[in-house]
Design a protein around this ligand. Structure first.
Ligand code: TMP
Length: 207
């Protein structure tokens, strides 16, 4: 008998919107229902993902010292994604495991389109397969900023309020690329239990 392909579920939103918390809750809920789940994230824990995280934290700079070129960073995000899909996500889906990813291609469309032509970012990510479900946690940049301020000591290069405001607006466009019927938009300002309540209903329907 052929194994039924696993579901691919991704969570998206600006920094501080709660994608990490909700991805963990989703994985926990599915496991409790007896579903085999692999929880992952982008940037991934693979070699390119580790490089991207070093750039984001400011630990790694360009030769000569200037901040890392944002177009090159867009290429690294796309390279990490293909590596992630090929080596980690795809084989699990094929084996019938459901994969939950904290961020995916819509992050690149929303973030990298700030510094690079959007059509180029889209092209770089053309080979990334569509997820079965994309949960978008919609939250104004100001509310996210408040959360980040109270929870983090060190900040990534993308976490300034002006940039996040632009990303928040850009996300609304980015998630239009999600295939019809596969997008769930949740108000990220709600308490986390209520946010998860909406996600859980959709997950149960999907499985
Ligand atoms: P994280 O805070 O969820 O670990 O993500 C790291 C940062 O990288 C976050 O600011 C979002 C950003 N990012 C992109 O700019 N493009 C991408 O494709 C991904 C996956 C993340």
């Amino acid at each position: 008998m052929r194994t039924r392909r696993g579901r691919f579920i991704v969570l998206e939103g600006i920094d501080g919107s709660g994608t990490t918390t909700q991805a963990a809750l989703a994985a926990e809920h599915l496991r409790a229902r007896g579903v085999q789940v692999h929880l992952t994230r982008e940037p991934s824990d693979g070699p390119v993902g580790m490089l991207v995280r070093a750039v984001l934290s400011g630990r790694l700079r360009s030769a000569g010292g200037p901040p890392f070129d944002r177009r090159s960073l867009a290429l690294l995000f796309a390279a990490d994604r293909l590596d992630h899909i090929t080596s980690e996500v795809g084989p699990r889906l094929a084996a019938g495991v459901t994969v939950v990813s904290d961020r995916y291609v819509y992050s690149s469309l929303a973030y990298q389109s700030q510094d690079c032509p959007p059509s180029w970012v889209k092209e770089l990510n053309r080979l990334a397969p569509a997820p079965d479900l994309c949960v978008f946690l919609r939250l104004p940049a100001r509310a996210a900023e408040k959360r980040l301020r109270s929870s983090r000591q060190s900040r990534d290069i993308f976490e300034e309020i002006v940039f996040q405001r632009r990303v928040a607006a850009s996300y609304a466009r980015a998630v239009r690329a999600v295939p019809r019927g596969r997008l769930l938009v949740v108000d990220g300002a709600l308490p986390k239990e209520r946010v998860f309540g909406a996600i859980r209903t959709r997950l149960d329907a999907l499985m």
